[in-house]
Design a protein. Structure first.
Length: 373
């Protein structure tokens, strides 16, 4: 049933969330400008899970995201500490502001914390990027995904595979195939990213370098895995640009990991536009990030994934991605392997996923269908 105004609390906390929320906030503004009787009033809550300028504030500036209405400043900690503190503080906000629905994005600790807090208060939850599965329960992100999906009322799936994953788990009501909002963000920023001078600043030649990122706990918390990855980068003799996550830098110091050779440039985390330009012109990407695997596919850059599994199966099926784990030999072989069978396509949508999501929210008046089970 349509209502005059719906209060939507949107919880973000980490770098991937900021990228995903930018096109959604734009779609909400555009929807409100043309819809007098089904307005959505967003309340943007930043948990502060990522708080470093280059991991947080720069994204708000570059992607024109409105300043958060509430900043919880949760900070770092163990998974339990971070999730618990987020739940406590989010519950306080929800009690005071009384939103009609809570939107969460992706699979970070802030996502699960907000979903649990809202569900326990009987506030409907909308999950953007629902249904993804790596089927690896050792990954904290996998636990976050599964639990968030099973307390959500609206589930916005980026792919048909995600819809099928939910169906196999008995989740069918409130499930929508919307495409991926990261495609929206990427497509809207391509032109601005091309104006970045990051290649000149780093002395790079188009197509003659590799970009590497490592931040998953399975790699950063295991000295053998992290050392093996760094050794492979050194042994590749390629020009490697490695924007280093604060957790990875701390892990290298804590575990006394031997740094890579001079062909590997460890640089500070980059803003979205610089990073998009860097990735767009790379020869290959090496990463344990889920989002970057997908961005590489969208940009047509071959990806080598430093994991044994992926939630983005389409990147494998279309030939843009190779799983190698942390084994030095497999990493080097994948770097040297020419990509000859890759297929292009629009597996993750047409760049209008945010508009679809906002229209669904407006149609429901920020009230989900009857609760399951």
């Amino acid at each position: 049933m349509s209502i005059a105004s719906s209060r939507l609390a949107i919880v973000v906390g980490a770098r991937p969330n900021f990228i995903k929320i930018a096109p959604i906030m734009l779609a909400i503004r555009e929807h409100n400008a043309r819809s007098a009787n089904r307005r959505i009033e967003p309340l943007l809550i930043h948990t502060g899970q990522h708080y470093d300028f280059q991991m947080s504030q720069v994204f708000f500036q570059e992607l024109a995201i409105p300043e958060p209405d509430i900043h919880l400043a949760i900070g770092s900690g163990t998974h339990g500490e971070q999730t618990g503190r987020c739940m406590i503080e989010i519950e306080k906000v929800l009690t005071g502001r009384k939103p009609d629905m809570v939107m969460v994005l992706g699979d970070v600790n802030s996502t699960l914390a907000a979903a649990l807090a809202a569900a326990k208060m009987q506030i409907p939850v909308a999950h953007v990027e629902a249904g993804l599965r790596s089927f690896d329960r050792t990954m904290p992100e996998e636990i976050n995904r599964v639990l968030t999906d099973h307390v959500s009322e609206l589930l916005f799936c980026p792919t048909k595979t995600a819809v099928e994953n939910l169906r196999r788990e008995g989740v069918a009501n409130g499930v929508y195939l919307t495409g991926d909002v990261m495609v929206d963000a990427l497509m809207s920023c391509r032109e601005a990213a091309e104006r970045s001078n990051i290649l000149e600043r780093l002395g790079l030649v188009n197509g003659q370098y590799v970009v590497a990122t490592v931040h998953r706990a399975g790699n950063t918390d295991d000295k053998r895995n992290l050392q093996s990855i760094l050794d492979a980068l050194s042994a590749s003799h390629e020009r490697v640009v490695f924007p280093i996550h604060p957790r990875t830098r701390q892990a290298m110091t804590r575990m006394a990991v031997e740094p890579p050779a001079e062909n590997v440039s460890l640089v500070e985390p980059l803003g979205y536009l610089d990073f998009l330009k860097l990735v767009s012109h790379a020869r290959k990407i090496l990463t344990d990030s889920g989002g970057l695997q997908k961005e590489a596919y969208i940009l047509g850059v071959p990806c080598v994934t430093l994991r044994e599994n992926t939630e983005w199966l389409e990147t494998l099926e279309l030939g843009w991605n190779t799983l190698v784990g942390s084994d030095e030999g497999r990493i080097l072989a994948a770097l040297r392997d020419p990509v000859t069978t890759a297929q292009s396509g629009a597996a993750y949508g047409d760049g209008k996923s945010s508009v679809v999501i906002v229209e669904i929210l407006a149609e429901y008046g920020c009230h989900a269908p009857p609760r399951r089970g």
